[in-house]
Design a protein around this ligand. Structure first.
Ligand SMILES: CC(C)(COP(=O)(O)OP(=O)(O)OC[C@H]1O[C@@H](n2cnc3c(N)ncnc32)[C@H](O)[C@@H]1OP(=O)(O)O)[C@@H](O)C(=O)NCCC(=O)NCCS
Length: 157
C-alpha cells in the first residue's frame, strides 16, 4: 500500500468530491442532496485558479484513490485583525476509516495555517448527534467553543 498523500484538489476531483458531499449528508443527516446543485457548488470552488475566495479543498489520496477530503473557507475577524479558517465537508471513505486519514488532513491544514502569519484559529461546526466526528475533533485537540449557532434559512436550495 502506498503512503497517504495530501494535496490541494483540482477540477479532476470534481466528481469524487461531489459524491463524497452527497455521502456526508446521507450519513450524518439522513439528507438527500441534489447532485447537480452540489456539483455546481464544488465546481465554483475548484474553478478559482487564484484568490481562492470561496475556499480550498484538500484531498487525501492512497493508491490513486481519494480516501478523504475537507474544505477550508475563510472568515475575517475585525476584532483580531486576522483570519479564521473554517473546516467543512469532512469525509473519509468508510473502508479507510480509523487509519489516520483525517488526522493527516487535519495536520496538513494546521501546518498551513501556522505558516500563514495572519491565521488566528481553525474552527468548524458539527452536528451535535455526530458522536464519531465530535470524538475525532476532540482527539485531535480541538476545544468545544462557547458559541451557539443561529441561522435564518432562506430556502434557496
Ligand atoms: C469523522 C471522520 C472524518 C474520522 O475520520 P478517520 O480518518 O476515520 O479518523 P482518524 O483515523 O484520523 O482518527 C483520528 C482519531 O479520532 C478518533 N476517532 C476517529 N473515528 C472515531 C470514531 N468513530 N469514534 C471515536 N473516536 C474516533 C480516534 O481518537 C482516532 O485516533 P485512533 O484511531 O488512533 O484511536 C470519519 O469517520 C467520517 O468521514 N465520518 C463521516 C462523515 C462525517 O461525519 N463528517 C464530519 C461532518 S462535521
Amino acid at each position: 500500500m502506498e503512503p497517504l498523500r495530501i494535496r490541494r484538489a483540482t477540477m479532476t476531483d470534481l466528481d469524487a468530491i461531489a459524491t463524497h458531499n452527497l455521502a456526508i449528508a446521507r450519513e450524518t443527516e439522513g439528507a438527500s442532496l441534489d447532485r447537480e446543485l452540489v456539483t455546481e457548488g464544488v465546481c465554483a470552488v475548484l474553478e478559482e485558479s487564484r484568490g481562492a475566495t470561496r475556499g480550498t479543498y484538500f484531498v487525501a489520496e492512497r493508491d490513486d484513490a481519494i480516501v478523504g477530503q475537507l474544505l477550508v473557507t475563510h472568515e475575517w475577524s475585525d476584532w483580531r485583525n486576522g483570519w479564521y479558517w473554517w473546516i467543512q465537508s469532512v469525509y473519509v471513505a468508510p473502508r479507510a476509516r480509523r487509519s489516520g486519514v483525517y488526522r493527516a488532513l487535519h495536520a496538513h491544514v494546521v501546518e498551513h495555517a501556522r505558516r500563514a502569519a495572519d491565521v488566528l484559529a481553525i474552527k468548524l461546526y458539527v452536528d451535535r448527534d455526530n458522536r464519531a466526528a465530535r470524538d475525532t475533533y476532540a482527539a485531535l485537540g480541538m476545544k468545544h467553543a462557547r458559541y451557539d449557532l443561529y441561522e435564518i434559512d432562506l430556502n434557496r436550495g
